[in-house]
Design a protein around this ligand. Sequence first.
Ligand SMILES: [Zn+2]
Length: 440
Amino acid sequence: MTLVKSRRRGVLNKTTRVMCSFLKRLPISSGRLQKKNHMHFTFTGTSNDPTYRTGTEVPVFVQTHRNVTICISLCKRIITPLISIQIYIRKIMANKDRNKTILLELGKLPDNNQCADCGAPDPDWASYKLGVFVCLNCSGVHRNLSNISRVKSIRLDFWDDELVEFMKTNGNATARAVYEKAVPAFYYRPQQEDCAVLREQWIRAKYERTEFTGETKYPPLAYTTGFYEGMLWKKGKEKGQFQRRKFVLSEKEFTLAYYNKEDPSKGPKALISIKDVNVTFQPEKIGHAHGLQMTYQEDSHTRSLYVYHESGEEIVNWFNAIRAARFAYLKTAYPTGSDKELMTRITRNYLKEGYMEKTGPMQKETFKKRWFILDSQDRKLLYFKSQLDAEELGVVFIGTETNGYSEREQREWVEALRQVISKPMQPQDYTTEANIRGKR
Ligand SMILES: [Zn+2]
């Protein structure tokens, strides 16, 4: 005999109410509720009602909330001090509500109110193995690292007292002291808006590979050694197909070289000075989740290389190896600059990119669709025939006043331009300006 059907996805209040009202009708004298584990209970009771004969087992399942199921078996001359069941249900629900309140309060603490991994505000999830509060996006990465992390929603999931206690004694600051103890100054710490591969590899580097715990690694992490060598898929000039090319980064020489043939004796196809290099992830534009754009100066033009590697770890290592070399270069070029100042100049993302319609210098030519990139560091607005061109068609130096950017994204462009205009001119900006103006 089933009192209440098992409801795998029953509505909490409704199911509880149904069960309670049923039990209320039973002639209950006494009973005992036993906790079998944190989800299951067994009820054994007695009744004066002869209907309930010895040996009758009545299972009752109450789906209270997602993974919390109370299973009550009514055995023998049953039955049910309804009151005690209600107390138990109330107790569980009260614990659940109390734990949720505690977690929400913990999540508001200054150390926990930003995602431990990307800094997004008000994280809703937590890893109860690592003791960190994380955002929804980062929780997705943690979910794939089940050997080191387990996540639950702090709003929707059921939390045991022990887990809540664990979160209390840990938290983002405690985890940071362990897992981010020794992050190199040049290492890129992804933000909320950064691409997936950067965020995933940061999380894996921290918790899975424990790269920043301060222990000496052997062999040393490749991006810290000042030399990096490997194959990358590079977009070719013709047909835009990607080809495997050897790249060599040397911090000693401050160069990044790539070879057309695998035989290095034929010399590099390009020898790029670290002085002018920028690297930025461009997954959408390149059409690969690990797509990386490298730019450098060549004969007063900005050249772009578009590369990727199948391995997320490898491409992020390249990114950080180049950043390490850039940081070392900046330290020699600006010996008085603090680490904090230099860090902002290591690499940069473009303020804005996108298509705009552009006319020619006579203002009479027909408007053509061009890909524009706004680079705040150099105060440059570059435009390209198409978005994956190796070289720009033209460049506009952005002084302190501008107008004429119209069409679809005008407001965004103007806002982005305003950010550049509001920056005071640096000595190197005058050189950039003179070079661009002199070219015309
Ligand atoms: Zn996050």
